[in-house]
Design a protein around this ligand. Structure first.
Ligand code: AP5
Ligand code: ZN
Length: 231
């Protein structure tokens, strides 16, 4: 049997800004051997490369507003066609509106696939603010570091990366609060959307990174990619 086909996974990570979506998506993607797709990272790459998409996205991101649905959906539709999605993917930061969720259903139907899990990382607003205020991000690879675990020498030090660390412009205090508000108004309704479809799994995101990862692994019932390959 073809393990890669049998174990295809389409996982969504929901959660407010700073809830740990990027951190957990990276860990889970590595463990399952599937693609990690962060719409925020895709937009930031486009901003760095000064593409037309990046120029457009920047005007929304700087204010903590959502990039328009049709732009975001088009970008994700193209990304899901890449070969690294053959075994599935974890979506980090997408969908963020009901319209995006409806569009994703259509994209998946076209691919003859269906979501396998929607995980909601629950973290209180004051904890989100604290995490965002202390977050440093690598300009090259997108890795994040809380202030207290910064590498001793400047530079990223994730694997072989030596990228410059910076504080994201949308992590300024006034923008943080607005992003949390935008999440509450436009993205939190997706919790009911997926709960009604029997897909929503709540995860207590205020535990340690390692504990949250274990809760997610237990929830999605996964064996790691290496173990699958050995069968
Ligand atoms: P995006 O980049 O997706 O930002 P976000 O959703 O606000 O999420 P963050 O990246 O801020 O946080 P995270 O949940 O990934 O947490 P992290 O793991 O870094 O989007 C940015 C912007 O792009 C949006 O505002 C919008 O403009 C646009 N955009 C993106 N997607 C869009 C879409 N679909 N539609 C329209 N517009 C879109 O962790 C945070 C910090 O906490 C880190 O320092 C980390 O080290 C630390 N940490 C993580 N877990 C723990 C833990 N368990 N305990 C203690 N510390 C922890
Ligand atoms: Zn890096």
């Amino acid at each position: 049997m073809d393990a890669s086909t049998n174990c295809w996974r389409g996982i969504i990570l929901l959660g407010g800004p700073g809830s740990g979506k990027g951190t957990q998506a990276a860990l889970l993607a590595q463990r399952l051997g599937i693609a990690h797709i962060s719409t925020g990272d895709l937009f930031r790459q486009n901003i760095r490369m000064e593409t037309p998409l990046g120029k457009l996205a920047r005007t929304y991101m700087e204010k903590g507003e959502l990039v328009p649905d049709e732009v975001t959906v088009g970008m994700v539709r193209e990304r899901l066609k890449q070969p690294d999605c053959a075994n599935g993917f974890i979506l980090d930061g997408f969908p963020r509106t009901i319209a995006q969720a409806d569009a994703l259903n259509q994209v998946l139907a076209d691919m003859r696939q269906a979501l396998t899990a929607v995980l909601n990382l629950q973290v209180a607003p004051e904890v989100l603010i604290d995490r965002l205020s202390r977050r440093w991000t690598c300009k090259s690879c997108g890795a994040v570091f809380p202030e207290f675990s910064l590498p001793p020498r400047p530079g990223c030090k994730k694997d072989v990366c030596d990228g410059e660390l910076y504080q994201r412009p949308d992590d300024r205090p006034e923008t943080q609060r607005h992003r949390i508000e935008v999440y509450r108004e436009q993205t939190a309704p997706l919790e009911a959307y997926y709960a009604e479809r029997g897909m929503l799994i709540e995860i207590d995101g205020e535990n340690s990174v390692e504990r949250v990862h274990q809760l997610i692994v237990d929830a999605v019932g996964c064996e790691d990619g290496a173990a699958q390959g050995e069968r």
